[in-house]
Write a protein that binds this ligand. Structure first.
Ligand code: ATP
Length: 291
């Protein structure tokens, strides 16, 4: 997408969003509530017309051909809707009809998302996790090259979320591109190589977690015998925290060598000394805070 904008009256939901996701990539789209994630996904899927800008999804110009994109992309919306009185299988068969698919393909998809044994339950009585699986099966009906998932694991229990992540990884191994929005940062870290962070409609950071952490300092974890005098640690960092039997120093750069020498001079032998990159949570909070 290039210079994508969407305004609702005076509310600018998305501003000048330029982002490229490579084929086969799993890309995490992060942002606080109201940042513009759903609006972006709806525009990618041709459901909301951008105020300005360009979008290509698997070669389809979405602004010109908002219907054509449904041939190449599958969408799992934030709140998927089904016919509550119909069974899981009937729901999927109904949508499969649009693509000329039959019972065989539907059964295969239900197995793939782990819903085979629930095929005859009424959609209205499914748990949240089961609904998400059924919605994923629906998104996969047209064998899409690109999957757009809007907070696919929100509300799932940890086991369900882990299985869902495994499904996403499997889909990416098949060569599909996955673009998904989420608030759950460890999960994004677990499945995405790259992430984009959107805040108040603006893309405030994008890249791999390593790229995002560049220039943002480093944490040094140290433990010595006997314990180090705190003033030595404070000579290296203004922020010193206790962790377990040791300390964490927030430093501008990796100063392990100098630190180690200074500690040894004071008669303290380092038994733990390593540098740690900031977590995605810390990066996210920092980037959003700065924005
Ligand atoms: P959440 O994480 O809470 O789902 P989001 O990042 O998906 O949030 P959006 O739903 O895209 O955010 O909303 C972005 C902004 O656009 C918000 O200020 C929202 O109120 C506004 N907005 C979204 N849809 C409409 C609409 N149809 N009419 C008017 N304003 C809208």
């Amino acid at each position: 997408m290039e210079e994508l904008c969407k305004s609702y009256g005076s509310v600018v939901a998305v501003r000048n969003l330029t982002l490229r996701v490579e084929k086969g990539e799993v890309f995490g789209f992060l942002g606080p509530n109201g940042a513009g994630k759903t609006t972006t996904l709806n525009m990618l899927m041709g459901l909301v017309r951008p105020t300005s800008g360009r979008i290509r999804v698997a070669g389809v110009d979405v602004v010109r051909n908002p219907v054509e994109v449904r041939r190449v992309a599958g969408y799992l919306p934030e709140n998927p809707g089904f016919y509550p009185g119909m069974s899981v299988e009937q729901n999927l068969l109904y949508f499969a009809g649009f693509y000329g698919l039959g019972r065989g393909e539907v059964e295969e998809l239900l197995e793939l998302v782990g819903m085979g044994e629930h095929a005859h339950r009424r959609a209205g009585e499914l748990s949240k996790g089961m609904r998400q699986r059924l919605a994923l099966a629906q998104a996969l009906l047209n064998d899409p090259e690109v999957l757009l998932l809007d907070e696919p694991t929100s509300g799932l229990d940890p086991g369900g979320a882990a299985e869902f992540r495994e499904l996403i990884r499997g889909l990416s191994r098949e060569g599909r591109t996955v673009f998904f929005s989420s608030h759950i940062l460890p999960e994004v870290r677990a499945v995405c190589r790259r992430v984009g962070i959107i805040h108040r409609g603006r893309l405030v950071a994008q890249g791999s977690v390593e790229e995002l952490s560049r220039g943002r300092g480093v944490r040094i974890v140290v433990e010595t015998v006997p314990p180090p005098p705190e003033e030595v640690l404070r000579g290296f960092s203004e922020r010193v925290e206790r962790r377990g039997g040791g300390y964490v120093l927030h430093c501008r750069r990796d100063c392990r060598e100098e630190l180690s020498r200074a500690l040894v001079r004071r008669g303290c032998t380092p038994i733990t000394l390593y540098a740690e990159a900031p977590s995605l949570e810390e990066l996210y909070l920092e980037v959003v805070g700065e924005a």
